[in-house]
Design a protein around this ligand. Structure first.
Ligand SMILES: C[S@@+](CC[C@H](N)C(=O)[O-])C[C@H]1O[C@@H](n2cnc3c(N)ncnc32)[C@H](O)[C@@H]1O
Length: 213
């Protein structure tokens, strides 16, 4: 991971690509993040596209991101925010597989197009569960294995190549099932196809999962 900062793909192309994808899903992001409240941890915050979506019911945001290249862009996004918004947000260079924060610390955790990219989503979800307060919420938006069997075949076939070319992203995860297996209760779940996305990443799941009281 540390060598990424010297790699032109991760320094230039990857942050650019993230920004392009983020523009397409801006309405979905805004809608989902309107549910964020209290102390928030955003996993894999990328270039900081979510920062201006956090509303007044959010008291603080930890934006966790292991990639120092995209973190650099997030830092410049942060410096352009109004002071009241900026003062709430702290950047944290860390790996979500091992979150360096206390148990039961957060009211909300945000995973937006991240569980496709982490090496072990089960381990990340265990960590997310640990740092959430009882009754705390996980807000998620992820691309997943398609409902269409023909597309699924291509997702499985192309996954090894895709994984290498797209920053560790996996095409064929069944993220909603993983969230339930981590102990969460699904309070809202929507599965749909986003027509603006290429067919391999068109199947999305989004919703709210809650840690038991
Ligand atoms: C597709 S990008 C999405 C970024 C951002 N959430 C957004 O919506 O624009 C996936 C992000 O997950 C981050 N990521 C990958 N592995 C990670 C890990 N182990 N822990 C935390 N974040 C990770 C990547 O660095 C990247 O910023």
């Amino acid at each position: 991971m540390s060598l990424r900062r010297f790699n032109p793909y991760y320094r230039c192309f990857f942050p650019w690509l993230l920004d392009r994808v983020s523009k397409v899903v801006a309405p979905e992001r805004e809608q989902l993040l309107s549910y964020a409240k209290g102390a928030v941890l955003e996993i894999g915050a990328g270039t900081g596209t979510s920062f201006n979506c956090y509303q007044s019911q959010v008291s603080e945001v930890y934006a966790l991101e292991p990639d120092t290249g995209v973190m650099q862009k997030a830092r410049s996004v942060l410096s352009g925010l109004p002071e009241t918004q900026r003062d709430k947000i702290q950047l944290l260079v860390a790996d979500a597989m091992n979150i360096p924060l206390a148990d039961n610390r957060f009211d909300t955790v945000v995973c937006f197009l991240v569980l496709c990219s982490v090496p072990e989503p089960q381990q990340v979800l265990q960590e997310v569960y640990r740092v959430l307060k009882p009754g705390g919420q996980l807000l998620f938006f992820e691309h997943v294995l398609s409902d269409n069997v023909a597309v699924q075949r291509w997702q499985h076939r192309l996954n090894p190549l895709w994984h290498r070319c797209a920053g560790g992203c996996q095409l064929n995860r069944e993220t909603a099932g993983l969230i339930v297996r981590a102990g969460f209760e699904l309070q809202q779940l929507k599965r749909y196809q986003h027509e603006a996305f290429p067919v391999l990443v068109r199947q999305l799941v989004t919703g709210i999962a809650v840690k038991h009281q």
